[in-house]
Design a protein around this ligand. Structure first.
Ligand code: FA5
Length: 346
């Protein structure tokens, strides 16, 4: 019995040592310690031994069982550690490889230039104002000295919303210009005033390289005592010179807008050719820039300001066209086209 047990022990420990994986190890465990395992069967047979043999054989069986179990545990831990290692080796990571860069967005060129415009005017003491894009006919036209019968209503093709604003203010429209914010601000804050209004406007127009149905304007309004067009000239020359980073000249021509009197168009010197004449300025040395003029007394009255005490000027330019000039973009439709290959250049 003693030799048999010693032999089983040596054999079992050898097989445990040789097991290559958990499956083999499990099979070896079943072979010796399972319900019908070799050691288990011997232990079941102990009851048939003589009383003299029984204690020593029982003790030896227990010692061998404990030794085998310890060997199984140790081998199991060893195998699982090496399995983890080999898995890690298969999933090898090169920590020195360059990472995949995240795509971050950036500010749209229209917003970039709008921020610059706001900064320059803020530095000159102008407040930045905002107003509704869905406007009433009253604020978009009537209060700006354009009654419903006035032919000037046809100057801006309007998108109408099929709903009344209220009895007093007429139908709702998508605002065709940022000028209604002039009236809203006068009514709210009174005189004196110094504001600019950057914002989106809408016109029912066929689109081409220079026209969009949705574009951005910047309105300007200055109301105070003893204000003249000389102030407008000074402010605009300073603004354009700061924006383009080189001395820029302006000139006035007569123009017509019902909400200003006198009305004028303002041109800026062509920065591409330095006034020598090129294709962009149609060989004149000047570029059309904006409409402007002295605020009409009827507009001041609609804003609740006494035209005998205060006067001022207003202007409105296309921010979209300014962006095109700034970056040499020759088709306005690219700006809202959503083409990332185009936008990522700015
Ligand atoms: C006006 O909208 C007046 N409210 C400007 C004004 C304000 C005059 C205050 C006097 C006092 P006008 O319709 O010309 O004016 O438009 C102003 C600018 O918007 C134009 O010079 C042009 O740069 C731009 N613009 C007009 N229509 C379009 C269009 N369809 N697409 C892109 N830009 C446009």
């Amino acid at each position: 019995m003693k030799e048999l047990l010693a032999k089983i022990k040596i054999q079992a420990l050898e097989e445990i040592g040789k097991a290559q994986n958990q499956d083999k190890l499990y099979q070896t465990q079943v072979k010796y310690l399972g319900r019908k395992g070799e050691l288990t069967l011997i232990m079941h047979g102990l009851k048939d031994l003589s009383p003299e043999e029984k204690p020593a054989a029982g003790k030896m069986c227990n010692e061998i069982k404990v030794a085998m179990e310890a060997a199984f545990d140790q081998k199991r831990d060893q195998l699982s550690a090496s399995e983890i290692n080999s898995k890690l080796n298969d999933a090898w990571i090169d920590v020195t490889a360059p990472g995949t860069p995240y795509k971050t967005g950036h500010i749209h060129p229209l917003s970039q230039v709008q921020q610059e415009v706001e900064n320059i005017f803020s530095a000159m003491g102008f407040a930045i104002m905002d107003g509704p894009e869905v406007e009433s006919e009253y604020f978009n036209f009537e209060s700006l000295n354009v009654p419903s019968w006035h032919p000037a209503r046809d100057m801006q093709d309007t998108f109408f919303v099929n709903q009344e604003a209220d009895k007093k203010h007429g139908k709702l429209v998508l605002r065709t210009q940022t000028s209604p914010v002039q009236i809203r601000t006068m009514q709210k804050y009174g005189a004196p005033l110094r504001i600019i209004v950057p914002g989106r406007v809408f016109r029912n127009e066929a689109t081409d390289a220079r026209h969009e149905h949705t574009f951005n304007q910047v309105e300007g309004l200055l109301i105070d005592k003893d204000i003249s067009l000389a102030h407008l000239k000074g402010v605009m020359e300073e603004f354009l010179t700061r924006l383009f980073g080189k001395p820029t000249k302006i000139r006035f021509r007569p123009g017509y807008f019902p909400f200003v009197e006198p009305g004028l168009e303002m041109d800026m010197s062509c920065l591409l050719c330095g006034e020598k004449g090129c294709r962009v300025c149609k060989h004149t040395g000047w570029l059309e820039f904006m409409g402007a003029g002295m605020v009409h007394p009827n507009v001041l009255k609609a804003g609740g300001i006494d035209p005998k005490q205060y006067q001022g000027w207003a202007f409105g330019f296309g921010l979209t066209r300014l962006v095109m000039m700034r970056y040499g973009i020759d088709d306005i439709r690219l700006l809202h086209g959503g083409n990332l290959r185009f936008l990522e250049q700015f």
